[in-house]
Ligand binder design. Structure first.
Ligand SMILES: [Zn+2]
Length: 233
């Protein structure tokens, strides 16, 4: 193989690795964002469960107060009804007491219902809390992994860049320029010629190109796509 081609292939290998590392590095912030979203969702789930439980408790306290107001009123009526001498007033107090007692029964039924609901809401809070905790631990681990990966990629990238610079310095400057332009624009700069087919553009090259490539004496470009060719066999 032509020494220039060999050097260019090594350079291209490093450039591919550098390109892959750059692409992977771009993914890290997205992965971070995704973790953040999951974490926020878990926390929101916990907050929602806590709020429901709290609302239930507030409602229960309100019912307790409602019932107590009526109990106090009944006690008052019970005291007052014995102070009256009029039978209809006595009867009116009794009617009021009966009405309040009925209302208390309704309130107490509702309280019982809310107490049962409170048990379920409490369990839901515990469940959401466990889920949020697990999510936090998992996110923490994943962020640490991501940090380690990012650091390792930066180290690798620096090493590849350094190697790449050394390889490039050993190749004719003009050829490196041509190579770099091709690599940037076409993804691959140096490709194999396989049975007279350029593996870059998959077109058949003319006989003269084929002869020159197989001659291994000069840097030859595909006349269709401009990529640098080397013989595959
Ligand atoms: Zn081509």
């Amino acid at each position: 193989m032509l020494p220039e081609i060999e050097r260019l292939l090594v350079l291209q290998d490093r450039d591919r690795k550098i390109r892959t590392l750059h692409q992977e590095a771009k993914m890290a912030p997205l992965e971070r964002k995704e973790l953040e979203t999951k974490l926020n969702a878990a926390n929101a789930g916990l907050d929602a469960a806590k709020l429901k439980s709290k609302e239930n408790e507030v409602e229960r306290k309100k019912l307790e107060v409602d019932a107590q107001v009526r109990r106090d009123q009944i006690a008052k009526f019970n005291a007052q009804k014995f102070q009256t001498r009029k039978n209809e007033e006595f009867q009116a107090f009794n009617n009021e007491i009966k009405r309040f007692e009925e209302e208390i029964r309704v309130i107490e039924d509702k309280e019982l219902e809310l107490m049962e609901k409170a048990e379920k809401l409490k369990a839901a809070v515990t469940e959401a809390d466990t889920a949020a905790q697990a999510m936090r631990a998992s996110a923490q681990r994943q962020v640490a992994d991501l940090d380690a990966k990012t650091a390792s990629m930066a180290t690798q990238l620096a090493a590849f860049e350094k190697e790449r610079a050394a390889f490039a310095a050993a190749i004719d400057e003009e050829l490196v320029d041509t190579y770099e332009r091709l690599f940037k624009n076409k993804g691959e700069a140096v490709v194999a010629l396989n049975h007279d087919i350029c593996t870059g553009c998959h077109m058949k090259v003319i006989a003269q190109t084929s002869v020159l490539v197989r001659g291994r004496k000069s840097v030859v470009h595909c006349e269709n796509c401009g990529r640098i060719l080397y013989p595959s066999e």
